[in-house]
Write a protein that binds this ligand. Sequence first.
Ligand code: NAD
Length: 511
Amino acid sequence: MSDTLKSNLERAEHYLERFKQQTTGHYINGEFTLGQGGKEYDNYTPTDNSSLGKVMAGSVEDMNAACEAAEAAFESWSNTPGSERKRLLNKFADRLVERADEIALVESMDCGQAIRFMKQAAVRGAANFRFFADKAPEAQNGLALHQEEHTNYTIRKAIGPVGIITPWNTPFMLSTWKIAPALAAGCTVVHKPAELTPLSAYILAEIADEVLPKGVWNMVNGFGEGVGKRMTEHPAIKAVALVGETATGSHIMRQGADTLKRMHFELGGKNPVIVFDDADFERALDAVVFMIYSLNGQRCTSSSRLLIQSGIRDRFIAALEQRVRNLRVGHSLDPETEVGPLVATEHYNKVLSYFDIAKQDGATTAVGGRRISEAQGNINPAGNYLEPTLFTGANNQMRIAQEEIFGPVLTAISFDTEDEAVQIANDTQYGLSGYIWTENTGRAMRMAKQVEAGMLWVNSENNRNLPSPFGGVKMSGIGRDGGDWSFDFYMETKNVCIAHGTHRVPTLGKR
Ligand code: NAD
């Protein structure tokens, strides 16, 4: 065991001790509480499936209390000057950075993501807070729209208390990405973290407790069908932002129908990376490997379908096979690890099931395709480890090309022409992201226009830009995050029309 891994394990143990010793509860109306009538469950680490402690799955009453607290705090928070919200949210960001080591280690142990990708998590989370904090003072701004005898202007006001439901793949990052703009806009928040990864949400609530007025941030742990469902039905909640699976989006849309909630969904994907013969070979290879095998492939924007043009197919696949074989699977806290264990046994088994499905479909398992069931290096076989996997000889009708596997598993499909690439890329229910590799600018622009996705990257892996819109089309989502798009979701736009005193007001009943 390397010294760094040993030191990471020791520090992680130190940070996790309190979670092991006492049940992790909720944060409601400025109080940490175990709530009323909930049930405890064990939270396991995917590194060896031992328990990281008990967590309280809240009750409907707990969720009601959280929604009522958010409602009570709304008027004061939404009327707090933008400059003050900015100050508080920047303070929040400072505290995230101060607790960066703890956040990275706890998050890695909770969700299995390799520490090399998590060590910047707090800094990136803080960047989310700072970006929206700085925009808080201008969030209300609108447009001036002139007519001959009237002037219209628009103003925005926070929509009300909002519900934020997050998944387990990168729970900390996604929570900050959703919650920061809501608070900057003037909304109060009820957060429902993923049941499989509750720990970083608790740290966020602790920072909220230090920095924000009571009731502005509430957090209830528990399951989707329990507290999650209740949140989406509660009349105090005016909008729900979900990051999760497509099927969950459909459930939530139904659940929120009676109270006419505004919905924002960031859902699943089966994103294509399209590599043309004229692509920069090495850069494309780096990006293809990075965008499916980093973050354990548990990433919504992962490029899980490689569409490779026939002219370079054999050379590219051969180089890719070598890279995938070389990937270092290991304990999440080892700085050398490139692929860690998958988040939980159920998800692990789901990903493993695609190894048989690929065979039944007639694809070739070029690399991997097996669970790791023997101790090797720092891998404990009790954990959810598997070999990074590459399927070749696939076509787009196969289940491995249509379904979101959400693991370090890539399906490679060959194409000949640009038209064929577009047709294959679009032949999916999803439309989150796409990646195009070509040195031909005209082709890149034609492809960017035709590929059905909310986000396209040309000659790049996923590059984050906070002011740019983030979101999907088709079954990958509704709405956009980022920059002013986030404020549009969390705020209502009001139009005020003022007459110049010159127009003729229609006259009725005058004799
Ligand atoms: P999930 O849909 O199972 O769960 C997400 C959250 O929804 C959890 O907190 C869960 O408890 C809650 N939930 C489930 N059912 C609910 C219900 N009926 N009412 C209210 N809440 C409910 O998703 P997951 O398995 O945690 O995460 C993986 C999924 O998230 C993948 O499909 C992935 O593509 C997607 N994802 C999308 C993006 C994006 O930006 N598009 C980003 C990350 C992850």
